[in-house]
Design a protein around this ligand. Sequence first.
Ligand SMILES: Cc1ncc(COP(=O)(O)O)c(C=O)c1O
Length: 393
Amino acid sequence: MTAYNSANIRALDHEFVEHTYKRNDVCLVSGKGSLLFDETGKRYIDLGTGIGVNAFGAADDVWAAAVKAQIDALPHASNLYYTAPQALLAEELCRRTGMKKVFFGNSGAEANECALKVARKYGAGHKGPDCFTIVTLKNSFHGRTIATLAATGQDAFHQDFGPFPAGFAYAAANDLEDMERMFKEHAVCAVLMEMVQGEGGVNCLKKEYVQGVAKLCGQNDALLMVDEVQTGNGRTGTLYAYEQFGILPDVVTTAKGLGGGLPIGACLMGEKAAGVLGFGQHGSTFGGNPIAAAGALSILSRIDDALLAGVKERGDYIAKELTGAKGVKSVSGLGLMAGVECERPAGEVLAECMEAGVLVLTAKTKVRLLPALNIPMDLLGEAICILKGVLAK
Ligand SMILES: Cc1ncc(COP(=O)(O)O)c(C=O)c1O
């Protein structure tokens, strides 16, 4: 193995890591909260949190203590045995949402895979073997496995990987007539949608539309499934974003921020969906691993009313600062999930912010911000000031 030195990491990565990521030219080596540091010691204010994962920032003390204690006690056991962190986490997720059962995987895509299987079996069991269509929305993103790619309503992601599993149909977001058409033209077993399309450009669904879709699902005995992989776990100002839309889904999928820095995905099943999958019908070697579950439990236990009020306050601050600012066309999003349509190309803004010590994300043509839920206001203020300077150029 080549000894680590900061100069050779890029070369090793180029030579040995498959080129599926267009990396930013920074090698991050450490972090604490909303500050990250590269190999030269340069400081960055983090408005990306590893794409919405580090809910309380990098190396958060409470999360790290929970994780370390579990590493010493029992890092892995497999799902052949009972383990406390997984059972306690499932209980907490159900208690906080009203859902009845949880299946754990390791990622958002796996949480959605589980949901897709639940939907198919539910449709077949309730309405017969021809009831298998899962409706998703155009411009959605649900993951990178073949089935979750099929669920993703964006042609660009489908190129080169077909044929895909049949039984997916794509409706135009915020267009209830188009959703009604789906139910007329297909035997629909479920609808899967994000309340705010993250990768699709931080686009919020309208409340009336979401409620209309919920009604259609109820009338047609189709499962209402909400993908909260990015919007979940406090990100939008409520524990899960659907709470702000006045609906109770049958299935909720989540990942990212739930792990707080370790991989975990969860498929939460309500009254109708719980118990659909039987013994041996789904599984995962690592899913709900004790370390990841112990960390997730510590994250979830800290997403309380005070924290959520802070998320809203920070989200309002970002929206207020950026709306109407020079170089900003519009600001979209909910809570601490913000999309900024700018006059300059988003990629250029990202690169110049990075140079100036602020890490942001992009989503389609927008700059996307997913800061830590507890980012200190002074750091947020400093970062937004730098971002505004870059946007105004
Ligand atoms: C809404 C949504 N669903 C699913 C996924 C896939 O999650 P993962 O990359 O953990 O598989 C993502 C990832 O960005 C997402 O934003």
